[in-house]
Design a protein around this ligand. Structure first.
Ligand code: GTP
Ligand code: MG
Length: 200
């Protein structure tokens, strides 16, 4: 798939603000700072479509991006940001579950983990949650430029094991810095959307 067109369609914190359910959606989930917004910029080939920041907690809303006038990529706020207050973390949980559990046109959630580290307890919990709702299956290992290619395969095996992934589930290493891995991810996204559209 080639991304020819991408635009921010909608920013939401509540379900009444979501765009229509007419288009398939693929969401990006993961710890704050893992690289969700950078990944969106990478696959759309745009440097500043989504805001990227070294400070965790940059994305605080659910941002819907329309791709090729055909489907949406949804950039979700990250978890595990230690500095947020209890009330913010509760409203974050509600905002996420409202979206993830009640969106009929949500096809798949791409879970992002940092290639350098063993997935955290929260990453594992998130992946199990996604599996429970039938949304798991694609994991992106971000920041692949930060380790050697030798280390990459070892870390990917560790990620697969820690998340309890089955053989048909995929881990795609990407680097937003080196601009690698986006074609493979787009292929997986295209397959997921095709499967979904084929069943409706
Ligand atoms: P929140 O919005 O806080 O949830 O974070 P996010 O997951 O959207 O992360 P974001 O894309 O803002 O990136 C966080 C930091 O990681 C930024 O400083 C990025 O430049 C950096 N980063 C993201 N992807 C890569 C990558 O592939 N390689 C390297 N070296 N740095 C990256
Ligand atoms: Mg972000």
């Amino acid at each position: 798939m080639i991304v020819k067109k991408s635009e921010l369609e909608c920013v939401a914190v509540r379900s009444e603000q979501y765009p229509g359910q007419d288009k398939a959606e693929i969401a990006f989930a993961g710890r704050s700072n893992v690289g969700k917004s950078s990944l969106l910029n990478l696959i759309t080939g745009r440097k500043k479509l989504a805001r990227v920041s070294g400070n965790p907690g940059k994305t605080r809303t659910i941002n819907f991006y329309l791709i090729n006038d055909d489907f949406r990529i949804v950039d979700l706020p990250g978890y595990g940001y230690a500095k947020v207050s209890r009330s913010i973390s509760e409203s974050w949980g509600k905002m996420m579950s409202d979206y993830l559990e009640n969106r009929p046109n949500l096809v798949r959630v791409v879970q992002l983990v940092d290639i350098r580290h063993t997935p955290s307890a929260q990453d594992v919990e998130m992946y199990e949650y996604l599996r429970h709702f039938g949304l798991s299956g694609i994991v992106v290992a971000t920041k692949a430029d930060k380790i050697s290619s030798n280390q990459r395969q070892k870390n990917i095996s560790n990620i697969r094991k820690t998340l309890g992934m089955s053989e048909e589930e995929v881990v795609v290493p990407v680097s937003a810095l080196k601009k690698t891995g986006q074609d493979k991810l787009l292929e997986e996204i295209e397959n997921a959307i095709f499967e979904f559209q084929g069943t409706c």
